[in-house]
Design a protein around this ligand. Structure first.
Ligand code: G16
Length: 543
């Protein structure tokens, strides 16, 4: 089989965002679109010759076809081997684990994560480096340069490879190993968590509802929660991955996982509810009548880590993305460990984890993880909670109340304005940027602004600097408003407004977050003129 060399030309807009390249599926399916980007991944990372990669995706529409194209291109570019999940499926954390465990030269993950899937919805391709994590900005910049310089790509003319059963095959000179997507991941989870203790919890009648949202975590959750840990059959719902995620939006938050929320707030609620997203790296945690915000979840896990098998020796440090609430900082201060603040994007945690500076990290966008892989990990977070619950034997609501009593409560909410006109969104940010030098000391809604800046991050490990990472307005009482534009949307711009307020008075720890934050909402509106500039009277999604 001789590789075909296909002449092509640069396609505009192939700049990887917060997490790889995400576009509408029809964009990805245009002639040469996927091929150009994959060739640029190889070209931008020193070529594929002699290299070994992991390949898998979340099973969304076009996943199967894209996998065949990527395999033929890897073979034509001289790759030695590709390890691919059965049926081209791998959750993102499972892919990260395989990249690390097998010591490969990286991996290609096909996913647009929590974005909907389908012929008219979203698709994405992301390159992860040999540490198992999403490529850092230096690498994605090289890939982007390659997309702009590309003139040809290489692909093998060959039949589809059968990916339906584990085993090995060859494609041209390249070896393909089809693996069970769940096995290695489940083994890793068993090393980190006390499966006997969690089994004991379920044996005692503890009930869980895990909503896989018709996405890739279904098979993982069934194998681990039901088969290995003994949760009753049917505890995992929406467990069969489908190319359009059952027509839903596989984002585990109270809006998109409303069914689960309704059940958890009802009389027939089980003890514990959880959900994960399209590619299995996000999580939502909810107890009976108790939704746990991702920021609080991260803080609770950090505070309880020594109760959990794999973390019993304590944490080296913790990290959170800048917009994530500072509940974690309060735990870190009490534990006497470092707490790092990074820009949004899991890739920024990679260096801290590699250097052993942080053990746990997380984000307000429902991502939590540790140094066990280099991605956030949905099911891992669920198992962490289960391990804590097996040790503490108290309801989730009581664990939260206890946490707030000890550390105070960082009331937190994110307001998203989706598919806003991109020019209007950029103008809003620019107007805010221009105000920054004059905000210090000003009173807004009766609150004094202590500081206002645009976040820039100096990576303490490699010294790289990332600028323009969101606007922060800090108030004298510890409250905070952050505004930034999403880097994962595929249409127009998404404006994210993050609101946070610290409360330490015992009598005020159980309020409704939206009421507790109402003055912050008003302050954000008055500073950013969101209504006037976006034409929106309210956010599309409030989490
Ligand atoms: C990705 C990144 C996360 C980030 C999230 C939202 O998550 O890995 O670090 O927090 O996007 O980013 P943005 O606010 O720019 O839309 P995922 O789950 O989509 O891969």
């Amino acid at each position: 089989m001789t590789p075909e060399v296909v002449a092509t030309h640069a396609i505009e807009g192939q700049k990887p965002g917060t997490s790889g390249l995400r576009k509408k599926t029809p964009v990805f399916m245009q002639p040469h679109y996927l091929e150009n980007f994959v060739q640029s991944i190889f070209d931008g990372t020193g070529g594929a010759a002699g290299r070994t990669y992991v390949l898998g995706g979340d099973g969304r529409y076009f996943n199967d076809r894209a996998a065949q194209v990527i395999l033929r291109m890897a073979a034509a570019n001289g790759a030695r081997k590709v390890i691919v999940g059965q049926d081209a499926l791998l959750s993102t954390p499972a892919a990260s684990n395989l990249i690390r465990k097998r010591g490969t030269d990286g991996g290609i993950i096909m996913s647009a994560s929590h974005n909907p899937g389908g012929p008219e919805e979203d698709f994405g391709v992301k390159f992860n480096t040999p540490n198992g994590g999403p490529a850092a900005e230096g690498v994605t910049a090289k890939i982007f340069e390659a997309t702009q310089a590309i003139t040809e790509y290489r692909i093998l003319a060959a039949q589809d490879v059968d990916l339906s059963t584990p085993g090995t095959a060859t494609l041209g000179e390249m070896e393909i190993e089809v693996v069970d997507p769940v096995a290695d991941y489940a083994e890793l989870m068993e090393e980190l968590f006390d499966f006997d203790a969690i089994r004991g919890l379920f044996a005692g009648g503890f009930r869980i509802r895990f909503d896989a949202m018709h996405a890739v975590t279904g098979p993982y959750a069934r194998a681990i929660l039901e088969d290995r840990l003994g949760a009753p059959e049917g505890s995992v719902v929406n467990a069969v991955p489908s190319p359009d995620f059952g027509g839903g939006h596989p984002d585990p938050n109270p809006i998109w996982a409303k069914d689960l929320m309704d059940i958890m707030m009802s009389m027939r609620a089980p003890d514990f509810g959880a959900a994960s997203d399209g590619d299995g790296d996000r999580n939502m945690i909810v107890g009976r009548n108790a939704y746990v915000t991702p920021s609080d979840s991260l803080a609770v896990l950090a505070a309880n880590a020594t109760l959990v098998k794999g973390y019993k020796d304590g944490l080296k440090g913790v990290a959170r993305s800048m917009p994530t609430s500072r509940a974690l900082d309060r735990v870190a201060a009490k534990l006497g460990i470092d707490c790092y603040e990074t820009p949004t994007g899991w890739k920024f945690f990679g260096n801290l984890l590699d250097a052993g500076r942080a053990t746990l990290c997380g984000e307000e966008s429902a991502g939590t993880g540790s140094d066990h892989v280099r991605e956030k990990d949905g099911l891992w977070a669920v198992l962490f909670w289960l391990n804590v619950l097996a040790e503490r034997r108290m309801p989730v609501a009581d664990i939260l109340a206890d946490h707030w009593a000890k550390y105070g409560r960082n009331y937190y909410s994110r307001h998203d304005y989706e598919e806003v006109d991109a020019d209007a969104a950029n103008a809003l940010m620019e107007a805010l940027r221009r105000q920054l030098p004059n905000l210090k000391g000003r009173l807004i809604e009766g609150m004094r602004i202590e500081n206002a800046d645009e976040f820039a991050y100096d990576d303490p490990v490699d010294g790289s600097r990332s600028e323009g990472q969101g606007i922060r307005i800090l108030f004298a009482d510890g409250s905070r408003i952050v505004l930034r534009l999403s880097g994962t949307g595929t249409q127009g711009a998404t404006l994210r407004v993050y609101l946070e307020k610290l409360e330490t008075k015992a009598a005020a720890l159980q309020d409704n977050p939206q009421s507790a934050l109402s003055d912050m909402v008003a302050a954000a509106e008055s500073l950013a003129q969101i209504r006037a500039r976006t034409g929106r009277s309210a956010p599309d999604v409030v989490t």
